[in-house]
Design a protein around this ligand. Sequence first.
Ligand code: SAM
Length: 249
Amino acid sequence: MVENRLNQMVGEGREFNGFDSLVRAIRIGDRPDLENRVISRMSTHYSYFFREPIHFSFLQHRLLGDWRSRQSVKILSAACAGGQEAWSAAMCTEGARQAIHTQSGGGGKVHFPQVRIDGLDVAPDSVVEAQTGIYEPQEVEPFVVGSARQKYFRQLADGRFSIADFLRGYCTFSVMNMLAADRIPSDSYDIVFLRNVLMYFKPEERRILLLQVRRILKRDGWLVISLSESLGGLDVPFRIFRYSIYRPC
Ligand SMILES: C[S@@+](CC[C@H](N)C(=O)[O-])C[C@H]1O[C@@H](n2cnc3c(N)ncnc32)[C@H](O)[C@@H]1O
C-alpha cells in the first residue's frame, strides 16, 4: 500500500529514487510541503454525504431535540476528510432547527442553540477541500436527493455543487493530527464523530486517540464511531449506548 500510494514520488526517474532518500529528506525537514504531500498521499480520504445515515438521524431527531434548550452545542468531525461528514451534520442541524420552529407553530422567534461544527484532519489538502465546500455532481447527487439538494447546495455554472451560503457559518475546518490534539481544551464537545479512521491505527495508538477524545468530550457527551468499527478489546473509558454509539464513563 505504501509503495502504491507513493509511487508517483518514489522510483526511477521520480523525485526520490528510493524510500530511504524520501525518509531522509523528511527528517532533514527543510521542505515544509514534503511531509504534507506524503500525509495526503498516504491517507484514505474517502467519504460521502450522510455516510452511515443512522448516525445523522440520531443527531437530528434525538440529540438536537434533547439539546433544544441549550445555549450552545459543539460537534467535532475528527478525521473529516473532504468535509462531507461535517456538512451533513450542518444539514441535520438545519433540519432540526426547522422542525422545532414548525412544531412551535412557525411564528415568532423560537430558541435553538448556537451550533458549531469543527472539522479536523491531518491532511491539509482535505481540509482545503472541506473548507471550499464545492463537490463534483457524482459526490453529491447519489447522497443528497430531492429538495434537500436544492436547499443545501447551489449548483455552479460548471455543474459542481457548492454548499449553500446559509450553511457555511456552521462549520470551520483545520489541520490537526488527532493523536496530538493537546491544544483542544478539555470538555469541549457534545459529540465527536470519529468514524472510519480507527482502523488505520495500531491498537496502542487507538487507545491514545480515544483517551484524547475522552478528554475533549463533555462528561455527558457522545462518541460515534463507524458501524464497521468497535472499541471491543481496548481499555478505554467509554460504555456502549447503542451499536457504534458510546458515552464516556
Ligand atoms: C476514510 S476517511 C474518513 C472520513 C470520515 N470520517 C468518514 O467517515 O467518512 C479517514 C480520514 O482520516 C484522516 N486521518 C488519518 N489519520 C489522522 C490523524 N491522526 N488525525 C486526523 N485525521 C487523520 C485522513 O487524512 C482521512 O481524511
